[in-house]
Design a binder for this molecule. Structure first.
Ligand code: NDP
Ligand code: 8X3
Length: 251
């Protein structure tokens, strides 16, 4: 029997790349991101394990997303698992001083990108009455922190969108999960701090953050569960991370 097909957005780095490696024995893979060269390297690495289709895609562009999904080769056109993982945080400044373009990029990628991919793929899942969508949220969608302003809000959107998807999909054999990771070391901070390697490294100094492989293992766990189980939300932190008290600051 042919292996099912998984589409992973943001597969050129971090969680997406690690998930491609762990899912390769179980799925044929469509690996999407803007950096095609990285995807083709991953294809070479994984080709002994599975068929890989590298897809150069910017999830912010609806027409491109829709065209890419419509033009998949026949053997990849029925998608069983969609991992909406592509995303980013930009900056950590207060809301009054941060760059409006950063806010727009986060909304375009973390919200609109997820909407475009989901809307392009969901009809065929509904038609076949099977499928699984894993949306990568964040603890930042639950727990506010200074400088998390729009990033955290985009991830809160993901959580509620996923819940509402479940309502729309009631009675269908399509599962939806929000996976909410805590601090994990990937290219996330390098992107957030716009290439400032030193600042990015400092985020993880002296602590043991999650690794991309930890999140990939959580995804493998989710997809291994019997189809009758829908995990609505799963929040994962490194042991060193916990909750802060609310702050009281003299004004
Ligand atoms: P990385 O920066 O390592 O990976 C991000 C991935 O997203 C890259 O493959 C990048 O590929 C892709 N991407 C970014 N913008 C676009 C775009 N416009 N179109 C297509 N692909 C895009 O970060 P992580 O692996 O850590 O992040 C993955 C997800 O997990 C994100 O949604 C992030 O918000 C979330 N997250 C991360 C946490 C962390 O602490 N690391 C914690 C909680 C959630 P390319 O640049 O090639 O397009
Ligand atoms: C990434 C986790 O806490 O850096 O989503 O925002 S955090």
């Amino acid at each position: 029997m042919m292996k099912p097909v998984a589409l992973i957005t943001g597969a050129s780095s971090g969680f997406g790349e690690a998930s491609a490696r762990l899912l390769a024995p179980h799925y044929r893979l469509i690996l999407a991101a803007r950096r095609l060269e990285r995807l083709t390297h991953l294809q070479e690495e994984l080709q002994a394990l599975t068929e890989v289709y590298p897809l150069e895609l910017d999830v912010r562009h609806q027409a491109d997303v829709s065209k890419a999904i419509d033009s998949l080769p026949d053997s990849f056109s029925a998608i069983d698992l969609l991992i909406n993982n592509a995303g980013l945080a930009l900056g950590l400044e207060g809301a009054w001083e941060c760059d409006l373009e950063d806010w727009e990029r986060m909304v375009d990628t973390n919200i609109k990108g997820v909407l475009y991919c989901t809307r392009a793929i969901l009809p065929q899942m509904v038609e076949r009455n099977c499928g699984y969508i894993i949306n990568i949220g964040s603890i930042a969608g639950n727990w506010p922190y200074a400088g998390g302003n729009v990033y955290g809000a985009t991830k809160a959107f993901i959580e509620q969108f996923s819940r509402n998807l479940r309502c729309d999909l009631a009675g269908k054999r399509i599962r939806v999960t929000t996976l909410k990771p805590g601090m994990a070391e990937s290219e996330f901070s390098l992107v957030r701090f716009k290439g400032d390697e030193e600042r990015a490294k400092k985020v993880y100094e002296g602590i043991e953050p999650l690794t991309p492989e930890d999140i990939a293992a959580t995804i493998l766990y989710l997809v291994s569960l019997p189809e009758r189980i829908n995990v609505n939300e799963i929040e994962v932190m490194p042991l060193c991370q916990s909750f802060g008290r609310t702050t009281i600051t003299p004004v």
